[in-house]
Design a protein around this ligand. Structure first.
Ligand SMILES: Cc1cc2nc3c(=O)[nH]c(=O)nc-3n(C[C@H](O)[C@H](O)[C@H](O)COP(=O)(O)OP(=O)(O)OC[C@H]3O[C@@H](n4cnc5c(N)ncnc54)[C@H](O)[C@@H]3O)c2cc1C
Length: 409
């Protein structure tokens, strides 16, 4: 690509949020390009839990009806605690639309909804600068080339280069690692249509069916970043460490892990952006902003991080579509330059509206997720009591987060 080429909208990162943002813009008639550092679509993590708020966003993106047939509806949530030698079980009916989608189905469906050529693979952004002459953001790529954008949206995940440009505080480690995997049963399985989570001695194992032949599972365990680094690139070591962590859990769970597909295993060291940093962070500089994990990476304890990224996509595209008009193809005259400046000021206002609309939503989600994580992670009795009190005061209905409606595109 020519270094002087000016693009209207450049999205950094072709994960869940980047693709959803490109689809949302496309549905509003706005062209964008997505720069993805991987050579192919990335569907790391096996599967993803999606509740009503995510389905509202997926319907707005026009992909809900394609995805529903790929995953059964979950009817129940079960939480089992085997701590202190006892067995404590809480069951609740899923009072909303809950399904566990294969990440490959979700990512492929979003990518298929984009015009050909939108996603550019093998393009890693290493830094972002503002062009002093016109204030347009310019991204530098790892191969030495650069691309000018009128609008830059960072959907580049927890280690975001665009978040660094916005001078957001670094994300923090949670001290927990999560193995995720898929298990396929060619003759079908008898896994109930429920999400079950079992906790014992700081280890949490979870399971959900995807369809009649495959199930998703995860195991969260305390690991230091050094321990994590030693095994995270070796699926056979991930399986070994995970089986070690679940010793003493019921055989149906151990078997699920033993039967899993080795290539589906991933180990993720959890990170989060502190709720205070979300409350106070400056999420726009010029016509640059962030969405998805780049803005609000959170622990997976509510299963809402990805859904929040889908909501970001809808809100951002809605706000931008009210202000943005492409001027890329117009001849450069003093009149068109003045018009471009006016449009860019409008874009800044649109981004401010987006940030305002999203801020309190993601502060609440990440606070609830943070407190839930502290209750699951090893911590003192006083910390756990403080978490319980805060949860009772702030989140009287702990499932309320899935009732959120991000509105129409
Ligand atoms: C264990 C676990 C379980 C989870 N479970 C759920 C769940 O059940 N439900 C839910 O809603 N959420 C869940 N989440 C959260 C969800 O996975 C994330 O919120 C979501 O994947 C974030 O999407 P994203 O597109 O913002 O970021 P990512 O998925 O991280 O995508 C970022 C993309 O940007 C690319 N990229 C990064 N840097 C650059 C660069 N410099 N240049 C170019 N490309 C770049 C990457 O290759 C990647 O493709 C879970 C998370 C974890 C860790």
């Amino acid at each position: 690509m020519d270094a002087t080429e000016v693009n209207d909208i450049v999205i950094v990162g072709g994960g869940l949020c980047g693709l959803a943002t490109a689809v949302a813009l496309h549905r509003k008639g706005i062209k964008s390009i997505v720069l993805e550092r991987s050579e192919t679509l990335r569907d790391t993590g096996g599967a993803i839990g999606t509740r009503s708020n995510a389905w509202r966003a997926l319907d707005q993106l026009g992909v809900g009806s394609k995805l529903r047939p790929t995953a059964v509806r979950v009817l129940k949530n079960r939480e089992i605690s085997l701590d202190k030698g006892g067995s404590n079980e809480e069951t609740s009916l899923a009072n909303d639309e809950t399904r566990c989608l294969k990440r490959s189905d979700l990512i492929t469906t979003l990518a298929d909804a984009l015009p050909p050529g939108t996603i550019q693979f093998g393009r890693q952004v290493v830094s972002v600068k503002l062009d002093p002459s016109n204030s347009y953001p310019t991204v530098q790529l790892h191969d030495g080339s650069s691309i000018v954008a009128k609008i830059l949206i960072g959907c580049d995940g927890a280690h975001s280069v665009v978040a660094d440009f916005l001078e957001l505080k670094p994300t923090k480690e949670f001290g927990l690692s999560v193995t995720r995997g898929l298990t396929h049963y060619s003759n079908g399985h008898s896994v109930p249509h429920e999400i079950v989570r079992v906790t014992k001695n700081d280890v949490v194992i979870g399971r959900a069916p995807i369809d009649d032949k495959s199930a998703y599972w995860f195991v969260a365990q305390p690991l230091t970043s050094e321990e994590h680094a030693k095994i995270s690139q070796r699926p056979e070591l991930i399986r070994e460490s995970t089986l070690h962590a679940v010793e003493g859990f019921s055989t149906e769970f151990v078997q699920l892990i033993e039967d899993s597909e080795l290539e589906s295993l991933t180990l993720t060291h959890l990170r989060y952006r502190h709720p205070c940093d979300l409350l106070l962070g400056k999420f726009r500089k010029g016509t640059v902003t962030v969405a998805g994990d780049a803005m609000h990476v959170m622990g997976p304890f509510l299963g809402q991080g990805g859904a929040a990224g889908l909501e970001d996509a809808i809100v951002l595209a809605r706000c931008l579509s009210q202000k943005f008009v492409s001027t890329v193809d117009r001849p450069i005259t003093s009149e068109s330059q003045t018009m471009t400046k006016v449009i860019m000021r409008g874009v800044e206002e649109a981004m401010d509206r987006y940030v305002k609309e999203r801020r309190m939503r993601v502060v609440r989600l990440s606070t609830q997720s943070y407190l839930t994580g502290l209750l699951l992670a090893p911590s003192s009795r006083s910390v756990k009591s403080a978490c319980n009190v805060s949860m009772a005061v702030l989140f009287r209905n702990p499932s309320n987060h899935s009732q959120y409606d991000c509105g129409v595109l």
